[in-house]
Design a protein around this ligand. Structure first.
Ligand code: ATP
Ligand code: MN
Length: 438
């Protein structure tokens, strides 16, 4: 092993082009492939951005450089300084003739995965060796797109006048009733990991008016599905002086903006993922009421009693009928959390929506109740104790504006953009019932 010393990368591998012919460069990365032809060694060096061929001919490079090249194996970490040479037969018509090599670290074989391998390993093997998996272009592409998605969400919402906030993840009471919480011990007291920033973001509308948060939430999901994890990143938004319609409008424009940005900034990644067919969805997205959706399902042979949630087989069927993005609005009040506003003229139905993409729910939202008495009534109707919401309810005495908002699952959005089936592909280190490491 040798120190990095004063060597710094001058170029990413992808920046080494024939135009640099004759220039001395320093590249850093991993030994992607190595071919030893006796008096000539070829290394394919890989960094985050791609690969470049390093050529080490015995009679043209210093003796110690040639000796070092001979010792290398796949995934060793190296830095190479040498001269760029235009060479038609090399990949990208360019190679680097190594003058000096620094071996920065050696691997300990065998490696559980081969990033240069053409055979796809199964998901568990890949997740168990996620760091190596991320060296594969297909995996990295998803997370580069994730980065652009996050960046474009922040950009869009900032331009719309929203302020990014961070709310506590260790909380004293359940947000939405007793579902699926992780208890934590907090200096001898019982606390929980937050399942949503719902109550905090609502309270914040009474001061900051328009807020959003991008952060982790925790749900003790019992079942292993391809769309549920126990730790997920939610994009949450809440807006004062607005209704469900207003925030649906923001959401669909946000989604179109994100797609537009990904399409223009991630063409390389979309190609790697065979997703060049990605289209920016036209707005407004179709809207169907819950009752209309039940009728649609009935026409296709699925009978669901009014008031019930849509079970997975019904969602699957819906995905066959309705492709792409759409909203399901006006859900039964009973099927939604206590803070969702019932319609004034028909309280059985609520001012709520789910944002869907085919069969997959991407977001839920609605107009919230801002009247304290009604909120207490709804809490009780849902079997919750207003006492445990004391701190939250107090804020409703301090001038709570009418407000509305939504929560969007980041990884589910990524599933749609990247066209992958399992949410675990879209989270670096996914947490499910059986997976707590790595
Ligand atoms: P589902 O019905 O799919 O279980 P939900 O209605 O319980 O979701 P919400 O409370 O509405 O979920 O959360 C808002 C969004 O967060 C969902 O629309 C979804 O995109 C995402 N989401 C919810 N639960 C999970 C989870 N366990 N794993 C990943 N994403 C989730
Ligand atoms: Mn939901």
């Amino acid at each position: 092993m040798e120190p990095l010393g004063d060597w710094r990368r001058t170029h990413w591998s992808s920046e080494i082009t024939p135009a640099l012919d004759g220039t001395t460069v320093t590249v850093c990365g991993w030994v992607h492939r190595i071919r030893d032809l006796g008096r000539l060694v070829f290394i394919v060096l890989r960094d985050r951005e791609g690969v470049v061929q390093i050529t080490i001919p015995k009679d043209k490079v210093p003796e110690h450089t040639f000796e070092k090249a001979k010792k290398l194996i796949r995934e060793d970490v190296i830095a190479v300084r040498g001269k760029v040479r235009f060479y038609e037969k090399a990949p990208n018509n360019v190679e680097i003739i190594a003058n000096e090599i620094r071996i920065l670290n050696k691997v300990s074989p065998p490696l559980p995965l081969d990033p240069a391998g053409d055979v796809d390993a199964d998901l568990d093997t890949r997740l168990n060796a996620r760091i190596i998996d991320l060296r594969r272009p297909q995996t990295f592409a998803i997370f580069r797109i994730n980065h652009i998605v996050l960046q474009s969400i922040r950009e869009f919402l900032t331009n719309e006048g929203f302020i990014e906030v961070n709310t506590p993840k260790i909380i004293a009471t359940a947000t939405e009733g007793g579902t699926a919480l992780f208890p934590v011990s907090y200096f001898g007291r019982q606390a929980f990991l937050a399942q949503s920033p719902q109550l905090y973001k609502e309270e914040l509308t009474a001061a900051l008016e328009k807020v959003f948060e991008i952060g982790p939430v925790f749900r003790a999901e019992e079942h292993n599905t391809t769309r549920h994890l126990c730790e997920l990143v939610m994009v949450d938004l809440e807006c004062a002086f607005a209704t469900a319609d207003d925030v649906m409008n923001i959401l669909e424009r946000l989604i179109a903006h994100v797609f537009r940005e990904v399409k223009s900034k991630c063409s390389k990644e979309l190609k790697i993922l065979n997703r060049e067919d990605l289209e920016v969805p036209g707005t407004p997205f179709p809207r169907y009421t819950y009752t209309q959706v039940l009728e649609l399902l009935r026409e296709h042979g699925i009978e669901i009693p009014w008031g019930e949630d849509l079970p997975t087989p019904a969602l699957r069927k819906l995905g066959e009928i309705l492709k792409g993005p759409y909203f399901i609005t006006e859900w039964p009040t009973e099927s939604k959390p206590f803070y969702i506003k019932p319609k004034d003229e028909d309280p059985k139905v609520s001012e709520s929506f789910d944002f869907m993409w085919g069969w997959l729910e991407l977001a839920s939202g609605g107009t919230r109740i801002h009247n304290k008495e009604l909120l207490i009534k709804r809490l009780k109707e849902q079997g919750l104790n207003p006492k445990s919401f004391e701190y939250h309810l107090r804020v409703f005495d301090w001038g709570m504006p009418p407000h509305a908002g939504w929560g969007l699952g980041l990884a589910r959005l990524l599933m749609v953009i990247c066209n992958v089936r399992n949410i675990r592909e879209c989270v670096l280190f996914p947490r499910d019932k059986s997976r707590l490491v790595p």
